[in-house]
Write a protein that binds this ligand. Sequence first.
Ligand SMILES: [Zn+2]
Ligand SMILES: [Zn+2]
Length: 1023
Amino acid sequence: MPGYVELHTHSSYSFLDGASSPQALLHHAARLEMPAIALTDHDGLYGIVQFVMEARELGIHPIIGAEVIIDEGYHLTLLVENTEGYSNLCRLISRAQLDHSKGEAALSWELLENHHRGLIALSGCHKSELAQHILGKNNDAALNAAQRYKNLFGREHYFLELQRHLVGSDKAIEHGLLSLADQLDLELVATNDVHYATPASRPLQDVLTSIKNILPINELGGFRRPNSEFYLKSPAEMRELFSDQPQALENTVRIAERCRFDLDLSQYRFPRFPVENSFAHLRKLSYEGLAERYRKPSPNVIDQVEHELSVIDSLNLEDYFLIVWDICNWARQRGYPVQGRGSSANSLVAYCLGITRVDPISHNLLFERFLSHERGGLPDIDIDFSREGREAVIQYVYERYGEEFTAMVCNVITYRSRSAVRDVGKALGFPAQVIGKIAKSLHRSDIAGLTDKLRRDGDGLPWEHYANFIEQIKGMPRHLSIHVGGMIVTAAPLVEIAPIERATMPGRIVTQWDKDDIEDVGLIKIDLLSLRTLDVVSETIELIKQHEGVQLDPDKIAMDDPAVYDMISRADTIGVFQVESRAQMQMLPKMKPVCFEDLMIEVAIVRPGPTQGKMVHPYLNRRQGLEEVEYLHPALEPVLEETLGVVLYQEQVMGVAQAIGGFSAGEGDLLRRAMTRKRSYEEIEKMRARFVEGAKKNGLSEEVGNDVFDKIAAFGGYGFCKSHAAAFARTTYETAYLKYYHPVAYFTAFLNHFPLGFYAPEVIVEQVKRDGFTVHPVDINHSQPRCVIENGGIRLGFNYVKGIGSASLEQIAEDKQNGPYSSVEDFISRVNLTPSGVENLIMVGAFDALGVPRRDALWKYRELREKQAGELPIGYPEDSIKFKSLTEWETTTLDYEIQGLTTGAHLTSHFREEWDKLGVLTSRELPQTPDGSQVRVAGLVITRQAPSTAKGHVFISLEDEYGTINCILRPHVFQRYKPVATRSSVLVLEGRLVHDSGVINILVERVQSGFDSPVEVRSHDFH
Ligand SMILES: [Zn+2]
Ligand SMILES: [Zn+2]
């Protein structure tokens, strides 16, 4: 009885031409007791890693393949027989992708000629070259083509593919193929060109086809497969279907047995760094860095360096460290700021190499959280550069290691609710308005509930199918994008080990695998990230040099300046990295950080994790002396002392495992990993036994051992990586330092790098004004394209005027060298801006200093344009019209409309008289108002937030002339006032004032709109 293996299978990684995931196909193959199965997605190996990993779990033999497109669009099925075949397939796919525009992969015959060895070809589906000739009744062409394939691949590597889908054309194609087999002595193979695991998925396949072709299902016509025969059929079904062709079945098994290739690419991990002895070089650099950082390193420090070097050596990671060191070094030498974040900050060697900027010894960081024998050689190095620096560094890596060896890691974008609603809706032919309405109301309501509601309205649309398909399509791959920073550099050309293709971003190349796939095949990425704050720091330092004549070295500033900590403790932190949000500002006056360790805790604790894990209140209470510091067991005191007995950092889980369970540091990290990953219950339970055993050896009872384990398991999942907190806290301190000592330089730079931080530019400008510095308005002769320092204040740049793009900014920068502008006419004769750009400049007052009122200037400008355009000016004699000058209110609102902020009086100052009559308190009066008072407050909305951890509470921050006001809307209040609370940009709120350890909140009871005006002010909403 012949067996059967499916050799032609499409998964959802055929992007809209396959309705089952690789995993679903494998699970079904397992149910059908198929010993092996091939995955042959279109033009790529996108799903291969997941496929191979899952197949290993299930004990099914995975065959790697792809369906490629040759020259004129003919399909061909290729299967990997051995290592050579694998690199050839990767190269073929990469070239097919790279040589054509995105999404139009195709192979030339010539490429196939050069790279076919180790591949087994099946002649292909009805779109194959043979089938197309046969259907075109061109027998000679079919014969020639078959001969050509046979000559190229050889008889043992080329099979004629028979498919029986009960489609009209099947018979004709098969008839032709059988005659070719006879004439050329070729063998047959049966496949089912599978597009989904079971027939039940056929409707979904139709929806996908419809999305792919941008046509509603009922207009698909020939694009749609005619029946549900394209599912994974059992060997028995295939035996019945091909009972007259037993050899075609037998051949599937034979081919499967020949295809033996194991997807382990760790040997290609990264190139050798070009020095004679990498390890000796790494050691030398480490000690050089050590000497720079420690005047007299203690034996402890030397031991740690030696320990880390030996781990690096035994995991063969020395070249990797050198590659990363080289990248950082290159950037630093060119003046780009660089700093490692994340777990690499646990490493002393990384610190000595200048990859990270925090000293792991003085902050008690644990190297094993970064690297250990137990977790295997997969370090995770994330490096932040300035934005500008990152672009330059990526180019450097491409040039240094070569394009064939380098690519960015891709990110597979999958269907989420909203995209599913849109695409499925269109496929089912739902009216655009209906789709739009549903997509909008998706916010926090599930699709089933939503469609139920809509169905009750009744309009004859197939709601049930809609909801159903949306559920099925969610999570399916949609397209590739670029991972934020992941880059890989490999020893063998990437085009031979991991297919690459064009990214949507011009000039960028991405792998077909995402970061998890990359890790699973044993490759290592380097994360090159950009952090705009570093651009701000570097511009601030430049401005300080220019204006104060001081060269500041961020590595040398004192990290223990009480004045800086005082400012942070007062929550005077608008613009300070990581601690400026509303939530942080609520915490700071209670935490009152006085040293760097406190700042690390501050950065780590205001996160969803610690909030959900209920660590915040115990820690705060203990810190404020309201609660005793307790330890689950005395042995934990040294591990948890720094966080007052609360498990806050992930590294502490490792410490507990060592102190109580007798784990090694590396084993401790395995426990930490198990706890931070979801669904690893079994793994955790295995470790429990080991932990309790260790606890007993340490003289604890089984009960106590279990109890401690339960508690750390409960906390462990929520903890924050300590080394990451340390790396970020360093930047927090630096930005706070710059804000405190060089506020004008800092905020000038800050304003030049939006979007950035938590607030809109408006909030930054108001803060600067409140601090007593002048922000000068945009002025045609004084402003520069960017914001600059002027007379100890900030001069707003043209970059803040709506309608002036970067090209115009460059033009202005260049023309400014030709001297000042004398009038609007002079300006427009020298600089070519869009009319709206010029009008905005006029209306925001950029020409005020030249003495012509804005409305008059605007009128004149429009007249001028009409003249230039050859139109007759509206014939008023020049001086006959007198325009009213703008009122102060009009000036302010124009400022907001055109530049999103005002350098003049705050918007709310215009309401003050009226608000005084209503008894509205200013932010300045709140600290003296007794706790529990019933108050009325008002202001411009700067943030609205509804964090998922707050159970329906909404937080609104208002800003008035004197500062900010924190308001809390409980769920029922928010529901009652939702329309006005979410839309109005100025609000008047009534409620009870609550003082809480230096923080003031208004518990809101009533909400009113402040005024009805078309002014739109951007606030930081619901992020
Ligand atoms: Zn095909
Ligand atoms: Zn196919």
